[in-house]
Write a protein that binds this ligand. Structure first.
Ligand code: NAI
Ligand code: A1CAB
Length: 269
């Protein structure tokens, strides 16, 4: 059974729900997507722009779906689960993308035996470049994991991990795009300071980040080795590297990942 044979329902069409919907539709235009939210204008916009089925009634969306993606905030997930429990019948696969919320906490709110998969994607799903990690719940079958991996691999890359590493993944790739957007803005600021116009500065900054990422992924070389390829003796780059190191760039990014992971753990308490 492939993803395209499944009807997918989204509970919550906020930033991440919409990002997933757009990414999945871009790679599977024929797929049936249903979505519900408490905010009607957002649903109407999605219906108008993308032609997906929408409802303000979560149970209606679930009734019409084989796979149910939970895309509401972690803080309200428990209440949402209590309200939809009876509509999550044994034939449905539940996928949660809620940061920090353990599979066990979701299973506890649903009927015994419910098949749950937990995923941490990121906002780059919008452009089919998400980095996602997937882990199986107690009752998830091999086919459930295949469906989840197919879904998230269709909108970027997706790996399988043990659940204990989900907080680390949340700190790295779940939150990660938000660490890089200010980097792009700041790189552009530097060039604007030196006289480049803003639009060109942002284009060059973003393409530089994209190109560097692609080199890591496609050459398989260590990032340090790639850095050395750019860094000529007594050249321009090493002057910049020294000032970045003096600013504590490595500790700053390491600490960002660790802080986000810590918050993810707190959300699960
Ligand atoms: N924003 C991101 O980059 C990422 C978010 N996540 C996770 O995705 C989930 C959603 O996050 P965002 O989209 O950022 O939040 P959001 O606040 O943009 O979206 C949540 C949506 O849920 C809707 N909602 C509230 N109560 C509801 C109910 N009872 N039934 C149906 N819909 C309801 C809201 O109206 C809103 O549209 C969270 O659990 C978050 O941890 C995971 C990875 C990345
Ligand atoms: O900030 C958050 O809590 C969510 C989870 C990962 C990215 N955004």
């Amino acid at each position: 059974m492939h993803l395209t044979e499944k009807r997918i329902g989204f509970i919550g069409t906020g930033k991440m729900g919409e990002s997933l919907i757009r990414g999945i539709l871009a790679s599977h235009s024929e797929i049936t997507l249903n979505a519900s939210d408490v905010y009607k204008p957002a649903l109407e916009r999605l219906n108008n722009e993308l032609g997906i089925n929408v409802s303000t009634d979560n149970t209606e969306t679930i009734g019409d779906s084989d796979v149910v993606v939970l895309a509401v905030k972690p803080q309200i997930l428990k209440g949402v689960l209590a309200a939809i429990k009876d509509s999550i019948t044994a034939d449905k696969l539940v996928i949660s993308i809620a940061a920090g919320v353990p599979v066990a906490a979701i299973e506890d709110e649903l009927n015994e035996g419910t098949r749950v998969v937990r995923v941490m994607p990121n906002i780059a799903a919008t452009v089919a470049e998400a980095a996602s990690a997937v882990c199986a719940g107690t009752n998830a079958t091999d086919e459930d994991m295949e469906i989840a991996l197919e879904m998230f691999q269709s909108i970027g890359s997706a790996i399988t991990i043990p659940e204990k590493l989900m907080d680390a993944v949340t700190g790295l790739s779940g939150s990660g795009p938000a660490y890089i957007f200010p980097v792009i803005e700041a790189l552009a600021d530097g060039a604007v300071y030196e006289g480049l116009d803003r639009a060109n500065a942002i284009t060059l900054a973003a393409q530089t980040v994209l190109g560097a990422a692609k080199m890591v992924l496609e050459t398989g070389m260590h990032p340090g080795e790639l850095k050395d390829m750019v860094t000529s003796p007594a050249g321009t780059t090493i002057r910049a590297i020294r000032t970045l190191e003096e600013s504590g760039i490595r500790a700053a990014f390491m600490n960002a990942v660790i802080e986000s992971s810590t918050r993810s753990k707190e959300l699960g308490d």
